[in-house]
Design a protein around this ligand. Sequence first.
Ligand code: F0G
Length: 323
Amino acid sequence: MTVSLIERFRRVLPVTESTPVVSLGEGSTPLLAAPRLADAGGIRELWLKWEASNPTGSYKDRGMTLAVSKAVEEGAEAVICASTGNTAASAAAYAARAGLPALVLTPQGAVAGAKLAQTRMLGATVLEVQGDFDSALSAAQELGGRGSHVLVNSLNPYRREGQKTAVLEIVEELGGPPDAFVLPYGGGGNTSAYSQALSELGLGTPIVSVEATNRRETLATAIRIGDPVHAEAVRASGARVVHADDDELVAAWLRLASEEGLFCEPSSAAGLAAVLRGDVEGDRLVVTITGHGLKDPATADRLAPAPVEVEPDADAIAAAAGR
Ligand code: F0G
């Protein structure tokens, strides 16, 4: 039987025997070697933590299983979040699983279409806020503070407790820490969660957090966040923050797909962009790939090589294929 994240890591999570476990089979994601990209980057060992294989297609499920389970335990009547799309889908899924209503605030016009479709399918009420992610988050926080809804953004400490398990899985699987963890930096919740995991393990492994050079306008809508809510925690954690511009993000994203067979969403390639630029020191690196490429098919359609039209004829096809 599938082991839920809460069952697997019960000993290090704030749950008791009476906490209801709201699970969709999250966590225990693949840690994949990336030999071609390692060679290209002159790195001895490059590992990719493939978080797209979580139930809703992103790492958010690690935190959401715990946040929604605790919300149910504490008698919540509804959950709320602001989201660039992945938290939305995850909150909607776990709320549906728990039989709770979910209210999702999205920045209007700035969420990949498949994420919205996913969230709507999962039964959440989706309100498109006439503003950016930061203003949607402020509104969600305010409404959460009134007591009608439990906030399940990463300001909710249970989200970070759940997300820290990615580090535990990696360290367990490698038989020790890598030389560095590399991950995208949007609001900073995941960086805070990784940092929390390392301090609980008594490890000083460096974290490199990669933000979009132009936070407010990046094509990577998942991390289009002007004012990261965990900026202070990220600073305090000692994580090294570096930038990647859209050209670097897209180049890393295309290479990850065509050279290693992993189709992620553009924001998820941020860590790899920094690694391929030679910006991360170490012989053994772990890069977290946060979300699935099918989350943002429009960007893939726009930037991937276009198909070529051909007659249904073997010679024509061979000629078009160049062999
Ligand atoms: N990668 C993906 C695929 C994301 O969806 C996000 C954030 C990040 C990276 C950044 O992580 O915020 O913990 O630093 N997505 C949020 C959302 C904002 O609403 O889905 P962070």
